[in-house]
Design a protein around this ligand. Structure first.
Ligand code: ADP
Length: 486
C-alpha cells in the first residue's frame, strides 16, 4: 500500500540480528476507530520512547472522552449491524486470518515490541509474538463451537467490550483480550498502555488488512484518563482490565452497580518454593526465569523465593554464580538476557524499593556489571535477611528484584507463601509428587507451576485470588468472561 513518504520513517535495524532490515513505523499514529485512522479531537499526541536509548520512536494520539465515545459508537454499530449477525463460522475465518497475518509479520512485531517496551528480542520473538498468534488460533477454533463449550446453555455475546491493558506484554495482552472477545461475538474498544502503544497499533493495521468489518475492533491510545473514559462509558457492557491493583480497585468501584461484567487481572507477589529434594540446578534456572524474565515486569513473577534451610546456602551460591553470566544490554541483540526497564517511572519505582530494602536492613547482592549507558537499566538484585513483614517482601516491585527467605517445614512455607494480599501464582520445586500435591492444594494462588515457571499456553486459564483480581483469561474460562449464559 502506498503511503506518504513524509509520514514515515524507515527503521533500518540491519544490525539487529533478528531484523529483516526494514521495520515500517509511522512517525505519528492516530486512533483506530471504525476501521479508519482518526485524529484525536484534542489534537494532542504524546511520545512513545525507546527505553533502551530514551529516543522518541513515534508520536501517539491522546484520546479524550469524545474520541472514546466515537469508538464506542463504532463498536456498537458494528455489533448491531454485523458482528452479532454473521455466522460463528464466518467470525472464525476472520480470527484465523488475523492469526496468520500476525505470523507473517512476526519479525516486525517482535522488533517493534522490543524497541517500544525494552524487552529482549529473544523473548519477543520466541515467547510474546508466537503466544499472541496462538491465542488467536485457539479462540478462532472456539468461535463456531460455543454450544459445545457451554453445553445445554444458550450462549450470547455481551455486546461492546472495553479492554485496558498494561505495558509489560503489550501485544500478548492485546491478544489475550481481543481473541476471546471476538470469538464470543463481541466488538471491542481497546486501550494499550501509554508507554507501549505501538504493537497494538500495528495489530490495528493487521486487523484492517484482514478485512475484519469496520468498527469490530477499535484501538484508542492514551493515559489513565482515556482508560477511565472507557470504564465509565454508559454503552459498554464489559470491562476487562489488566494492570495495577490500585487502578483495579478504582475500576471495581466505578463499575459497581452498572451491570457491566468485569474481569480484573492485577498484581502479584508470587512465591517460588525450593524443597531440599529438588533438582537444584534446574531449580536455579527456574528461579532466574521466574524473576528475571522480562526484567521482572511480570505480574506472576516468582519474586519471593523460599528455600528450604538445609539447601539455602548452596542454592544462593549457585544463584549468584548463574546471575554473573546474565547479559544485560541492548534489547535488540539476541544474546541479551536482560533488557531495559520499561520507563523512567518504573525504574524510579524499582530504585525506591531497593532503597527501602536497604533501609529495612536487608542484605543486597547485585550482579557485578556495567549497566548500558543512555537507557533505563537495573542490575539483577537479590535481597536476604528480611522479615515476613518487610515492605520488599509484601509489595509488588515489578522489576528484577528477588527477596530470599528460608523455611524448615512445609507448613511454615505454606503459611509464609500465603501471607500477602496477593494470590496470582506460585512455583514448587521438589522431586516428590506427594509434596507437589500437598503444596499446590494449600497455596492460595490462581496458577501454580511444579518444577517449572512462567509457562503459558492459550488453553490454560490464568488469573488470581485475593487482591490479584478475579476472572480468568485463557482456555474455556477466558471465553466465559465474554458470554452471557442462559
Ligand atoms: P502501572 O502502574 O503498572 O503503569 P496501571 O494500572 O497504572 O499500571 O496501568 C495499566 C493500564 O491502566 C494502562 O493502560 C493505564 O493507562 C490504564 N489506567 C491507568 N489509570 C486508569 C484509570 N483510572 N482507569 C482506567 N484505566 C487506567
Amino acid at each position: 500500500m502506498a503511503k506518504k513518504k513524509s509520514n514515515q520513517i524507515k527503521w533500518d535495524y540491519a544490525s539487529a540480528p533478528e531484523s529483516t532490515g526494514h521495520i515500517q513505523l509511522k512517525d505519528r499514529y492516530d486512533l483506530f476507530i471504525g476501521g479508519k485512522w482518526v485524529k484525536p479531537s484534542s489534537g494532542k499526541y504524546f511520545d512513545s520512547i525507546n527505553p533502551a536509548n530514551k529516543k522518541v520512536i513515534a508520536k501517539v494520539a491522546h484520546a479524550n472522552g469524545s474520541d472514546v465515545d466515537k469508538a464506542v459508537k463504532a463498536a456498537r454499530k458494528a455489533y448491531d449491524e454485523i458482528w452479532s449477525r454473521i455466522s460463528p463460522a464466518e467470525r472464525a475465518k476472520y480470527i484465523y486470518r488475523i492469526a496468520r497475518l500476525m505470523q507473517e509479520r512476526a519479525r516486525e512485531l517482535a522488533v517493534i515490541e522490543s524497541l517500544d517496551a525494552g524487552k529482549v528480542i529473544r523473548e519477543s520473538r520466541d515467547v510474546d509474538v508466537p503466544l499472541a498468534c496462538n491465542h488467536f488460533f485457539y479462540y478462532a477454533g472456539w468461535a463456531d463451537k460455543l454450544e459445545y463449550a457451554f453445553p445445554n446453555r444458550r450462549v450470547e455475546p455481551l455486546g461492546v467490550a472495553g479492554q485496558i491493558i498494561p505495558w509489560n506484554f503489550p501485544l500478548l495482552m492485546a491478544a489475550w483480550k481481543i481473541a476471546p472477545a471476538l470469538a464470543a461475538g463481541n466488538t471491542i474498544v481497546l486501550k494499550p498502555a501509554e508507554t507501549t502503544s505501538l504493537t497494538a497499533l500495528k495489530l490495528a493495521e493487521i486487523i484492517k488488512d484482514s478485512g475484519l468489518p469496520d468498527g469490530v475492533v477499535n484501538i484508542v491510545t492514551g493515559f489513565g484518563d482515556t482508560g477511565a473514559e472507557i470504564v465509565n462509558h454508559k454503552d459498554i457492557n464489559k470491562i476487562a482490565f489488566t494492570g495495577s491493583t490500585a487502578v483495579g480497585k478504582i475500576i471495581q468501584k466505578a463499575t459497581a452497580g452498572t451491570g457491566k461484567k468485569l474481569t480484573l487481572e492485577l498484581g502479584g507477589k508470587s512465591a517460588n518454593i525450593i524443597m531440599d529434594d529438588a533438582p537444584l540446578d534446574q531449580a536455579v534456572e527456574g528461579i532466574i526465569n521466574g524473576i528475571f524474565f522480562n526484567q521482572g515486569h511480570v505480574c506472576c513473577a516468582g519474586s519471593r523465593l523460599f528455600v528450604q534451610e538445609n539447601v539455602a546456602d548452596i542454592v544462593i551460591e549457585k544463584l549468584k554464580h548463574r546471575m554473573k553470566s546474565l547479559i544485560i544490554g541492548d534489547p535488540l541483540d539476541k544474546n541479551t538476557d536482560i533488557g531495559a526497564i520499561n520507563s523512567k517511572e518504573q525504574l524510579d519505582t524499582i530504585n525506591k524499593y531497593i532503597k527501602i530494602g536497604l533501609k529495612e536492613g536487608a542484605e543486597m547482592y547485585q550482579t557485578p556489571c556495567d549497566l548500558p549507558k543512555g537507557g533505563y537499566y537495573c542490575a539483577p538484585t537479590l535481597f536476604t535477611g528480611m522479615s515476613q513483614s518487610s515492605v520488599i517482601v509484601q509489595e509488588e516491585i515489578f522489576g528484577p528484584v528477588l527477596t530470599i527467605q528460608t523455611f524448615r517445614t512445609v507448613d511454615e512455607v505454606i503459611q509464609k507463601a500465603n501471607n500477602t494480599p496477593y494470590g496470582l501464582a506460585a512455583g514448587v520445586w521438589t522431586d516428590k509428587g506427594s509434596r507437589i500435591f500437598n503444596l499446590t492444594t494449600k497455596l492460595k494462588a490462581g496458577v501454580i507451576w511444579a518444577n517449572t515457571y512462567n509457562k503459558f499456553d492459550p488453553t490454560s486459564p490464568f488469573g488470581g485470588y485475593k487482591e490479584s483480581g478475579y476472572g480468568r483469561e485463557g482456555g474455556l474460562h477466558g471465553l466465559e468472561a465474554y458470554v452471557k449464559l442462559k
